[in-house]
Design a binder for this molecule. Sequence first.
Ligand code: HEM
Length: 420
Amino acid sequence: VGSSAAEPTGASPASSVPLPLDADFFQDPEAVYSVLREEGPVRKVVFPLGWGEAWIVTRYEEARAALADPRLLKNDRVAVAQYLDPEQIGEFRLGEDEGLLVHMLSSDPPDHTRLRNLVNKAFTSRRVEALRPRIEAITEQLLDDMAARGANGEPVDLIDVFAGPLPMTVICELLGVPPNDRDDFRSWCTVVVADDLTEDEERTASAAIAGYLRQLVAAKRAQPGEDLLTALVQARDDGDRLDETELIAMAFLLLLAGHETTVSLIGNGVLALLRNPDQLHRLRAEPSLIGGAVEEFLRYDGPLNLATTRFTSEPVRLGGVEIPRGQIVMVSLASANHDQRRFPDAGRLDVTRRSSGHLGFGHGIHYCVGAPLARLEGEIAFRRILDRFPELALAVDPSEVRWRQSFVFHALEHLPVRLS
Ligand code: HEM
């Protein structure tokens, strides 16, 4: 992609343009999106490696409309069967012939509504605010550790020592994963979301997590705690609202979704500030801007790349383009958040910008249920990092910072920094 990304493709929306998932694309997806976005709001693209075609929504208005469109489903049977090989379907998917994922992010109403109602209450702003003292304490402890490692100007990897462990510890505490199991847990999760896995490796790691969660559910049943997993186990046992597989899948989804993305809210945001010293300076001078700055980090360089996928359950006309039935539609939140029509001077980081309305947490019925938690973690993390490390700086040349080779996550491999 790289240099050729700057060239208009000249193709009409109905003819597909190649979307090479190569190192240049992962280093700078916006270079590709900006070209597609200016050519039209919806483009048909073809992936490399024989992965087939999909439709990418690149502009803000159309992305928002797509995310709220009830004809775009997560779990359209005909379309899913066409794309997924039942042989490859792990235990989080329903019947073998259907190939359906059962967790809420991959289901549609009425299942989605039922599953989401079970956890909605745990993530209200008030419930999440009650976690503040614990999140602050965990943050402080991790930053103490980071300070010790970075003493005498030694470079430290902010992802490894801080941005990774913080959300993992928080979500494990919320769900009730015992402290002694968390290291195991983190290593399985790292494997599950690794970008270069073989199917066997992915299956083994998923099975390890599922097996562990099954034991944990049994333990919560025997000895209930105050945690979210106990609440879900009780909901399961009280009525017919959640079956055992759904319960395991729910825990799996919360652990993964609650972890991976928040790592990058912190990592990508810190990098954005270090690359924009004027904005860093502004934020230090006026810490009350941090809440708004977190929204701007999500808009400017959010944790997701092309993750938000749906299927057309009937022909859908979007942005003047006719998408036939049974097609994959990928809404690029990253591209929509850089649409000049909605965010003037979108390529500039501006911690004072009114970024609300960005699509970093999605939109519509699947809008991120964990958004209040992610915002709180982000706010605490940025406040404490800026406060404790007034000389924070990149330990490598900005051009050496590597992004993960993932089309789902927009995430840094490492973020080497110096604290003094
Ligand atoms: C859904 C982003 C943190 C749990 C989503 C969606 C997005 C998103 C874009 C919608 C996907 C779609 O429509 O296809 C993020 C970002 C986060 C974050 C950027 C961090 C900065 C969290 C946290 C949790 C969480 C901390 C849990 C503790 C979920 C769940 C869903 C979801 C369960 C599915 C909701 C549904 O299907 O109704 N997230 N998320 N997320 N997120 Fe998050």
